[in-house]
Design a binder for this molecule. Sequence first.
Ligand SMILES: Cc1cc2nc3c(=O)[nH]c(=O)nc-3n(C[C@H](O)[C@H](O)[C@H](O)COP(=O)(O)OP(=O)(O)OC[C@H]3O[C@@H](n4cnc5c(N)ncnc54)[C@H](O)[C@@H]3O)c2cc1C
Length: 804
Amino acid sequence: MRSYARVAVIGGGVVGCSVLYHLTKLGWSDVCLIERKELTAGSSWHAAGGFHAINGDPGIARLQSYTIDLYREIEGLSDQAIGMHMTGGLNIAATPERWEALRSDFARHPVLGLHTELLGPDEVKRLCPLIDVSDVLGALYDRHEGHVDPSGVTHAYAKAARRNGAEIYRHTRVMDLQPTGRGTWRVITDKGEIEAEHVVNAAGLWAREMGTMVGVNLPLVPMEHHYLVTEPLKELVALGREIPLVVDLDNEIYMRQEGQGMLVGVYEKDATPWALAGTPWNYGDTELLPPALDRISDALVKGYERFPAVAEAGIRRIVNGPFTFTPDGNPLVGPLAGIPNYWAACGVMAGFAQGGGVGLALAEWIINGEPGIDIFAMDVARFGDYATPSWVQQKACEFYSKRFVISYPNEFWPVGRPHRTDPLYPVLKAKNAVFGVSFGLEYPLYFAPAGEPPIETPTARRSNAFATVAREVTGVRDGVGVFDASSFAKYEVSGPGAEAALDHMVANALPALGRVRLAPLLADSGRLMGDLTAMRLAEDRFMLFGSGYLQAWHGRWFQQALSGDVTVRNCTDELQGLILAGPSSRELLSQLTDLDTSSAALPPLAVRSASVAGADAIVARLSLSGELSFEIYVQREQLVALYEQIHAAGQDLGLVDFGLHALNSMRLEKSVGVWSREYSRDTTPGASGLDRFVDFAKPDFIGRVAALAEREAGSSRTLATFAVDAADADASGYEPILRDGQMVGYVTSGGFGHRTNQSIALGYIDREAACHTEGFLIPILGDPRPARLVPGPLYDPQGLRARA
Ligand SMILES: Cc1cc2nc3c(=O)[nH]c(=O)nc-3n(C[C@H](O)[C@H](O)[C@H](O)COP(=O)(O)OP(=O)(O)OC[C@H]3O[C@@H](n4cnc5c(N)ncnc54)[C@H](O)[C@@H]3O)c2cc1C
C-alpha cells in the first residue's frame, strides 16, 4: 500500500470505481481506491443493471446520457466485457393522465438532450409482442436504454483506472479518517495508513458510517428492493430477438429480458427501510436479504396481467437487496462545507444510469474546482441540518413508494410535514393558508377562501388556486398586501475585513451606506454562483439576502470565497421578514413607524434601521412584485406582533395576505428572474442579463477575467419574455421554444400574470431569434401554442409603480 495519494476513494462499487476512473481520465494518476471486500461488495453486485437516460432535471439527464455513451469507451479501454444490451426502453401509459404526462415530457426532451419517440399501442406490441396492450394508450420510447452486467461495468471502470496508474486495495477497510493538520487526511485502514489530499466517500450502503467518521449525518437510507428472474419463456425463445426494457408506470413495475427469461422488479407502496441503526459490516458480497413475497405479490399480479406469458413461467431466482435512497431520490455529490477535501459520491439510487456522470462531475469538481455543468439537483448541499435521520427516513420511504407516480409542478409531497415552521405558521394556518415547503420550512403559497379545504389539487393545468391567487394579486395591485418572507436566506457579513472580502466575492460594486444592490456572484469560470441582494447597514456591516433553499450551498461558497478579518453569520432563522407591497404600502407602513418613508427620504434600493411597531427592524425599499414595496425584517420573536399590527393598521386599506403563487405571478409580469430557473451555474452574466449588475471596472472580483471575456465575445443566447397564447395551462419549465420548426431556446419558468391577464414564459433563446417578435411556438402539455416575444416586462415596463 502506498503511503501518500492525491485522492483516496473509499468504496469499490460502481460509483467509487467510476470516480477513480474519471480522476485518471482527467489526468490524476496518483490516486487509489480502498475496498473492504471485493469490488461490487455492496449494492452493486445484485443490481438489475438497467439504465435509463430519461430524467426531468437537465443536469442529471445529461449525465445519464453521458454514462450510457461511456460504456463502450470503458469496455474498450479495459478489455472487460460489460454485457451491454442496448434494447431500448418503453415507458407505457394506461391512463389518460399518464399519457398526457408522457406527451408533455416528450415535448421537453429536446431541451433535456433526450431523443425519445411516442408510440401507439400497435407499435408497442410490435416491439414487445409479450405485452398486453388492451388498455395501453401509448408509450414513450427511448432507444438509448438497456441493461448491462453490473459486475462487468464496475470491473471495467476499475481496470481502466488501473491502466491509467490508479491503485486499488481490496480487502482493506477504512477504520477512521483524521485530519493531519496539513490540509490532508490520515486514512486509517486495517492494513495500514495512507495520507491523502482528498477523500471521497463512495461507500454506498456504508456511506452513513463514513460520514459519521467526520461528524456528518448524510441524508440517505438503505431500502429493501425486490426483483425476480423467471425460467426461460417459450415466447421469448420463439421471438429470437431481445425485447426492450418496459416500465409499466401505472402498475409501478419494471421488466426486462434476462437470458430467455424475464426480470421483474417492483417498487411496492410500503417501502421497507433497512439497517436504520447502521449497515452491518459483515453484510457483503454474497448474502442477500430474505425475500418477502407478500410485500410484492399485489404488484406482481399486475405485472402478470401486463405480461401474461410471465405468469406461466417458473421463478428461477428472487433477489431482495438493499440500496440507498435520499429524500428526493437524487445522489449526494460534492464537497461538504466545513470539512476541507472531503467529498461525497453516495446516495446513488441508479448507479448504472448515473455512475459515470457522478464520477465525471466529482472528478471535475476535485480537479478544476467546479463541475462542468450545473448539478445542483445532485449536490449534497441541497440539504441542510434540518435533514434529521427520522425526516430523511420518512421522505426516502415516500420517494420510494412514489417512484413511478406522476408528479405535478404544483405539488408538494405530504410526508414529514410540517418539519420546520416559522412563528407565523399557526397564524397563517388559521387563515386557511395552503403551504409549500422549501429547505424543510413551510411557507404560504396562497390563502384558500374560508370554508374551502386548504388543499391545492396537484395538476399540470391551472389549479383550483387560480381564482384565489388572482384575487390576491388584484388586492396587491389596488391596495396593499402582506407576504411572509421568512423563508428568504439572510446572512450578516461584518468585521474590519468585511468590505474587502465581499468586494472580492461580489461581481457588482458594493452598496454605499444605507443602500441596496443586486449582488451576482460568479465562479472563476464566469458562470453564475449566486444572485444575492446586498445591503449596507454600517461601514463594516452588510446583510446578504438570497433563496432560502440555498443556505448550505451559499455557506459552502462563502467559506471558499470570503477570506480575511470577516465574520459571516447565517441569521435566516433569527431574522424574519414581511413584505408589504402595493400602492398603499407606504401609508400602511408610516402608521407603524416614525421613519420617513417618502421617496425623498427612502428612495428605491434604500435600507434603514428603524423601529416598526415597536420592534427594531431593517426596512428596505425593494420590489419583486413591481409595486411600491417595503421589506421589513425583525427578530423572530417579534414577527407575530408585527404581523398583527400590520393587519390592524391595514384593515381600512383593504390589506390582503398573499403567498408565493401571487408573488411568482407578479415577478413573471416584471420579467424578474430567480435562481434555479433563469439563473443557475449553467448560465452567465451576459446571457442572463445580470451583466448590468456586474461592475466591470472593479479591478478584482471572482470570475472577472471570464466575465470580461464574455463581454468581449458576446453571449450566444439571451433571456427573453414571451406572451403565450395558452388555454388552461401555462408553461412550467424546459419546454422548447420553437421558430420555423427549429428549437431556438427553452423555457425557464412560466405562469399566469393576473394583472396583465396573460400567460407568460421566460426563457433563453439564441440571439439571432431574439430580433423577431412573432412566429414562436411553445408546447404546453405537448400542444404547441403561439408565443410573442415582448421586449421588456409586460407590466409597467417603465417601472413607475415601484418607484412611486
Ligand atoms: C435489487 C436491486 C436492483 C437494482 N437495480 C438497479 C438497476 O436496474 N439499475 C441501476 O442503475 N441501479 C440499480 N440498483 C441500484 C444500484 O445497485 C446502486 O445504485 C449502486 O450499486 C450503488 O453503487 P455504489 O458504488 O454507490 O455503492 P455500493 O455498491 O454499495 O458500493 C460501496 C462499496 O463501498 C465499500 N465500503 C464501504 N465502507 C467501506 C470502508 N469503510 N472501507 C472500504 N470499503 C468500504 C463496500 O464494501 C462496497 O463495495 C439496484 C439495487 C438493488 C439492490
